[in-house]
Structure formats: C-alpha cells, structure tokens
Design a protein around this ligand. Structure first.
Ligand SMILES: Nc1ncnc2c1ncn2[C@@H]1O[C@H](COP(=O)(O)OP(=O)(O)OP(=O)(O)O)[C@@H](O)[C@H]1O
Length: 263
C-alpha cells in the first residue's frame, strides 16, 4: 500500500525494538497508520504501549527497526532537517535562565532568523497562546498552565505544519486542563496545523481529536483507530452528549481489550 498524497505521517508495518539488558523490548509492532493534513490525532493507551516512541520516530529521535515511515512524504531524517515539526514535551522544558521571550526565540536563533523576524514571530505566537504581556517574565514566575502555553508557543514559533505533543497537560489540574484543551482546539482551527497528541485521558482524547488511536503494550501496537463523528465546533459541555459518551465508551472498550492485569 502506498501512502496517500495528503498524508503528513504514514506508517506501514512499522516496528521498533529496543535492545535492553533484559532482552528485546518490542515498543512498536506492525503499526499501520495515516495522519492526514489538518488531522488532530490522539494516541491513548497504558504506560509502555509505545505512544512516546511513535512520536519520537516521527521526530527522528528514534530509528525504526523495520517497516516504513514517512513524514511529509520524506524520511523522518529529511523531515527533521526541513524543520517539519514542533515538539511539545510532557514537562514544559523551558530554560529557567531565559525569559519567556528568549525561550521562544531559541529555535529561531538556531535557525538564523534576524532580530526583526524573531520579534515578529514571538509576538504572533504569544498572541496565539494568550500570553501577551508575559514576554519578560521567567518561567518560574508563571503557573504550570502558562508555562505549558509558553512551550506550545516555542513549538509554533517557526511555523511547522506538524505539532507533536507528548502529554502536554498531564501534570495540570483538571480546570486548567479543560481551559487549555479549549484553547488548543481554537489554536488548531486558527492555524490549520496537523497535531499528534499523546494522552492518558479518555475525555481529553475524545474532546480534542478527529481521530483516536488506541494502543496496547507488549508488544506496543495499534488496536483501534476511531474517526470522530463529533462536529468541529466543540464547547466543553459537548462532553455530556450521547455522541461523545459513545465514542468515549468505544475508547474504553479498546483499552480494556488490550490491557493485561497480570502484573
Ligand atoms: N530508550 C529506551 N531503551 C529501552 N527501552 C525503552 C526505551 N524507551 C522506551 N522503552 C520501552 O519501550 C516501551 C514503550 O515505551 P514508550 O515510552 O514509548 O511508552 P508510552 O506508551 O509512551 O508510555 P508512557 O505512557 O508511560 O509514557 C516501554 O516498555 C519502555 O520501557
């Protein structure tokens, strides 16, 4: 099977095995998946099912063992060199000695943008994540949610079409998380990005996604891919609707089927 032209990420029979002192760990086994332009894809599954590994393969931070993977029609290495993606980590991973503005500037400095272009991009991304006025603060002066927004701004600064987000809101309380979910949806619609998003939360996955990828461990594999039937417009109270609960139910069933309790 060949990937369709609109695939941003296309995986076929993708396998990745880590060699460890305790023997091989099959982190990804025969993964087939297409992420299309403009998709919001969530990856959900228990610890160790390969969610982070899959994102890291897309980002060229890990190399596949076998199978095929392309990013924007290129190898992950070429895509990385072409700055195809922005990456948002689980912890905000901001440099504490740099102000918010200087943190966002970092990838732009590395890429050689002049000061004027840097300032323009910083202002635009701060606006996108509603952090205007905080540019001269240091990360420790911001709340956890604001730090995560700053880290999203940094990933958006060089305007890659693909955003990889590894459980960005996992450490935040539920109210803040709800708020950031709403903001992220707005930002996604506004910017037309393609987003790959790792989460442990069923409501978060269902609320955000156009497509939900359910994964299961030992070996790490995809057990279900759910195309969301929810409308694009999603107020938070959509989570009470029968349609939402039905999708959440299917995700939960998928997780249950792939879960082993024998540990
Ligand atoms: N660098 C590595 N070397 C060896 N094994 C690894 C390495 N990175 C991950 N693994 C193993 O590969 C499997 C998949 O890990 P991965 O981090 O991708 O899972 P995950 O689904 O993201 O888990 P979590 O939800 O806990 O973040 C796990 O068994 C993990 O222990």
């Amino acid at each position: 099977m060949t990937s369709s032209a609109s695939s941003v990420v296309s995986a076929r029979n993708l396998c990745l095995t880590y060699d460890t002192n305790d023997g091989p760990v099959h982190a990804l086994s025969n993964v087939d998946l297409d992420v299309r332009k403009g998709d919001f894809v969530s990856f959900i599954g228990p610890s160790g099912c390969g969610k982070t590994t899959f994102l890291r393969v897309i980002a060229d931070l890990e190399r596949k063992t076998s199978g095929d993977i392309s990013v924007n029609g290129m190898s992950p290495e070429d895509a990385r060199k072409a700055r195809a993606y922005g990456y948002v980590f689980q912890a905000a991973a901001l440099y504490p000695w740099r102000t918010i503005e200087k943190n966002i500037a970092l990838p732009l400095e590395i890429m050689g943008y002049d000061r004027q272009e840097q300032a323009k991009r910083i202002a635009r991304t701060l606006d996108l994540v509603n952090l205007n006025g905080f540019e001269h603060k240091f990360p420790w002066q911001l709340s956890g949610g604001m730090q995560q927004r700053a880290s999203i701004a940094r990933a958006l600064a060089f305007d890659a079409d693909l955003l990889l987000m590894d459980e960005p809101f996992g450490a935040l309380d539920e109210i803040v998380r709800d708020h950031l979910n709403e903001q992220l949806l707005k930002l996604w619609k506004q910017t037309n990005k393609t987003i790959c998003f790792v989460t442990h939360s069923i409501p978060e996955a269902v609320y955000l996604s156009t497509k939900i990828v359910v994964m299961s461990p030992r070996p790490g594999r995809v057990t279900d891919v759910i195309e969301s039937t929810l409308p694009a417009e999603r107020p938070l109270d959509i989570r009470e609707t029968p349609e939402f609960l039905e999708i959440a139910h299917r995700v939960r069933e998928g997780l249950r089927a792939g879960h082993s309790y024998e540990e």
